[in-house]
Write a protein that binds this ligand. Structure first.
Ligand code: SF4
Length: 163
């Protein structure tokens, strides 16, 4: 078995690329999640990163975007970027299915990756209960999605997978 194949088979957790410190955020900033569990999972080769918005063809940096009340996703300048967000969500789902990944750690509040809260669509920095487009799609396909503050839940989920 090749080294590459062994590596692929180790993937257990999909993770938002920005949490690993990749420069993919809309504002171009680095926002790496520093945590011993992340370090451990990285060392074991369990983490597979994806940035749905970059996968959907959007540039970094890019204008802030929020999910509107009608479900469309628009930038702060009114440009409709729904198709790019959908494309990125589908790409990320395909990646998870390809590697039989059952759990994801995605960045809270993002219109792609948020899993319990997102912005209200009026660019007021005001949060509402809701989920990003990629999170919705992953959950619709049975993948458990947690945010970056729920690593203990991810650890418990992984432990249960082996039983
Ligand atoms: S789309 Fe997700 S992975 Fe990409 S920058 Fe936004 S929160 Fe991070």
């Amino acid at each position: 078995m090749s080294e590459v194949k062994e590596q692929i088979q180790q993937y257990k957790i999909l993770i938002s690329a920005c949490l690993l410190g990749e420069r993919v955020r809309y504002d171009g900033k680095i926002n790496k999640l520093n945590h011993k569990l992340i370090d451990s999972w990285l060392a074991q080769g369990w983490l597979l990163s994806s940035c749905p918005e970059v996968c959907g063809g959007l540039a970094t940096p890019r204008p802030a975007a929020e999910i509107q009340q009608d479900g469309l996703i628009k930038t702060q300048y009114g440009e409709d970027v729904t198709d790019a967000f959908k494309k990125g969500a589908e790409h990320t789902l395909a990646l998870a299915l390809k590697f039989n990944i059952k759990v994801a750690i995605l960045t809270e509040k993002s219109p792609s990756c948020g899993s319990s809260q997102i912005y209200n669509g009026r660019f007021e920095r005001s949060l509402i209960d809701g989920q990003g487009l990629t999170t919705q799609l992953l959950r619709a396909h049975g993948i458990q999605v947690f945010n970056q503050f729920e690593l203990d839940k991810v650890q418990a989920f992984i432990a249960n997978m082996g039983k």
